[in-house]
Ligand binder design. Structure first.
Ligand code: ADP
Length: 659
């Protein structure tokens, strides 16, 4: 079932495809079948013939590639005898006997006549389209049938009028013709219209002359003359010339402007005239042939009289003969016009203009930039000036302040010196009587104990009084001793600071020294719960130092350690640093120093606030550590503290090795 369904649907599809292919093939065949023969009267070297041929080819190419063009040149300007025409017939029969032409286009009179006469014999009775035919009676011939075409109507009057217009004083026009068919036709026309010009213009014929005679004549024409070159392809001596050759020869010697009627002369020496174009003739013939190809009968297409002539002039030749180019009629085509510099160098002009505009733009930008930079520089200069004045002002102020400070410093130093002097004096003055007071106090206590206390013991009341007196004497002794220590500390510090201290430096063995002062240090631990340890490492470096000052430092450190330690151990350890400096560490297991106070303990008169702590401590002067640091610093050493509240403290002094 399925298979038959498929077959059924394929049948109409196949038929449609076949019909399409057939139509395509038929249309292609039809297009390919179009053949046109272009039969030229003259040969290809004749610019007119070339112009017609080009016109035919150009117009045919617009019709598409389906039309094949065959081109023949009969060359009847050179050969017109019957023998030659018979040969041509034989040739064409051989070539085109089997070819079916859809149309024959002929150019000029000879080809038109030949085609009309031998069409049935040579060209399968193909329809004829003629062009370039000057013989106006041609379409009236008896054998004119199945034909149409373009009659070439040269506008002789238009050319003569243009000559009169360009040369207002023109008197005579010399007409050059040959014996060709076209020339004979044109001669008749000119003779006919010459009557219209009456006395205004004389017509002088230069025909049946040799080229040399013509050249001689045109080189000696009177003033206010002009030449009308109709056609001249062969002279009276039988010499033949192309259109261009004959014009060039005549033009090279002519003393008067030459006018013409065909475009093949323009650009080769004629001034111009009402010009007929071979190219246009060819184009128009193809237009008529196209109608025949489309199925129209040639006899149904009327013969055209070509009226596409146009005024054309050569600027360069006009200039040569001093003809004012402004005199040419309106809508004229003028060739060889000097190109304006702008037209000639359009690209260069625009390039230069663009470059110029670009450069101008760049220059403007640079100028704007420069102005902006100048403005910025100016502003910067002003700012710099302002800053300099500000700095100068501030400098003056600072100098003034500095001198004020110097003055104040000087005053302060003076005051400090004065204060130190006063304090020194006061301290000395205090120490002497204080020593006496303490001495007498001891003597009184001794005498009182020896002589009065035994007597007092007899009476209970006196005994009590006696004990109280001894206690009071003890207090005086203690306080006096404290006062003397305070004064001594103060005097030491002040001597070090004022560099008045006398240093009795000697070379010292640390181990020996420490062994010698061991009893002194142990003395601090009498009546104490704290044990003392002294450890001395061997090979300690010798130091150069004042023995008493080092003792002062160590007794101060050990005294503090004992004072701030309730129980445990105070250790004095002597060893050396990696750099072989003597290092003595005084370590205790006492109450320690709060972290925030550590940096202050070496300051003068500084004492850590112990009010909150449940320890009763003998108040010192607050100068012991300050003096110790000054002494160690004097020897280039260091004194540092490490402590933790409640766990103990370590004071570490280092002294550089000495002699
Ligand atoms: P003072 O004569 O008052 O002891 P110092 O200059 O010797 O003065 O000591 C300053 C302060 O440093 C002391 O008041 C004390 O509070 C603290 N201090 C010094 N040594 C120790 C120590 N080993 N343990 C705890 N506190 C110490």
């Amino acid at each position: 079932m399925n298979g038959s369904k498929h077959t059924a649907s394929f049948v109409p599809l196949f038929i449609a495809s076949f019909l399409c292919a057939l139509c395509l093939a038929v249309s292609c065949h039809a297009q390919e079948d179009k053949r046109i023969l272009l039969l030229n009267s003259y040969n290809m070297n004749l610019s007119w013939t070339a112009s017609v041929t080009n016109g035919v080819k150009a117009e045919l190419s617009a019709l598409g590639p389906s039309v094949r063009l065959y081109v023949e040149f009969m060359d009847t300007k050179n050969f017109l005898e019957d023998r030659y025409l018979d040969l041509l017939k034989q040739q064409y029969r051989l070539k085109y006997g089997d070819v079916h032409f859809d149309a024959i286009i002929t150019s000029d009179d000879d080809a038109a006549r030949f085609a009309l006469k031998y069409r049935d014999e040579l060209f399968n009775s193909a329809p004829i389209v003629f062009c370039g035919v000057n013989d106006m009676a041609f379409p009236a011939r008896d054998d004119f049938k199945n034909s149409t075409g373009v009659l070439e109507l040269t506008d002789i009057a238009g050319t003569l009028d243009s000559a009169l217009r360009l040369q207002p004083n023109l008197k005579n026009i010399y007409i050059i013709t040959d014996q060709s068919t076209t020339s004979r036709i044109k001669r008749k026309e000119i003779q006919h219209i010459s009557k219209d010009y009456g006395d205004r213009l004389g017509f002088i014929w230069l025909d049946d002359m040799s080229m040399d005679e013509i050249r001689k004549t045109v080189s000696n024409l009177p003033n206010n003359s002009a030449i009308l070159l109709v056609l001249f392809t062969s002279d009276s001596h039988g010499h033949t010339f192309t259109f261009t050759e004959s014009l060039v020869r005549i033009y090279s010697v002519a003393n008067s402007p030459i006018y013409g009627m065909w475009d093949f002369y323009l650009g080769n020496g004629i001034v111009g005239g009402m010009i007929t174009s071979g190219h246009v003739q060819g184009e128009m013939a193809v237009e008529l042939a196209a109608e025949i190809l489309n199925g129209k009968k040639a006899d149904d297409i009327p013969v055209i009289l070509q009226r596409s002539n146009q005024y054309m002039f050569d600027y360069a030749v006009m200039k040569q003969f001093n003809i004012n180019p402004d005199l040419v009629p309106d809508n004229s085509l003028v060739i060889n016009m000097p190109e304006s510099i702008y037209i000639k160098y359009k690209f260069e002009v625009w390039t230069i203009l663009c470059v110029f505009a670009l450069l101008t733009g760049v220059i403007i930008i640079l100028l704007i930039n420069k102005a902006a930079r100048r403005k910025a520089e100016h502003e910067l200069e002003e700012l710099t000036r302002y800053q300099e004045s500000l700095i100068e002002e501030r400098t003056h102020e600072l100098v003034a302040r500095s001198s004020q400070l110097e003055k104040a410093n000087y005053e302060l130093k003076k005051l400090d010196t004065l204060k130190t002097g006063v304090l020194n004096t006061v301290s000395h003055d205090l120490r002497t009587p204080l020593t006496s007071v303490l001495g007498f106090c001891k003597i009184i206590d001794r005498d009182f104990k020896k002589f009065f206390l035994p007597v007092c013991s007899m009476n209970e009341k006196l005994g009590e009084r006696g004990d109280r007196i001894r206690d009071n004497l003890g207090i005086i002794e203690d306080e006096g001793g404290r006062l003397i220590r305070l004064i001594n500390d103060f005097l030491d510090l002040s001597k070090i600071e004022s560099e008045e201290m006398v240093w009795n430096d000697i070379s010292l063995s640390p181990a020996l020294f420490l062994e010698q002062i061991r009893p002194i240090l142990q003395g601090y631990f009498v009546d104490s719960n704290v044990s003392f340890v002294l450890r001395i490492k061997s090979n300690l470096p010798r130091i150069f130092i004042d023995r008493d000052r080092l003792l002062q430092v160590l007794t101060n450190l050990v005294g503090n350690a004992v004072k701030f330690t309730q129980e445990g151990t105070v250790s004095v350890i002597a060893d050396m640093t990696e750099g072989r400096w003597l290092r003595i560490t005084v370590e205790d297991s006492g109450i320690g120093i709060p972290l925030e106070e550590l940096s202050n303990v070496f300051e003068k008169f500084y004492q850590v606030n112990r009010d909150s702590e449940a320890v009763v401590i003998d108040r010192g002067s607050g100068m012991g550590l300050a003096i110790s640091k000054q002494i160690v610093n004097h020897y280039g050493g260091t004194l540092k503290v490490f402590s933790e509240k409640g766990k103990g403290s370590s004071f570490i002094l280092t002294v550089p090795p000495g002699r």
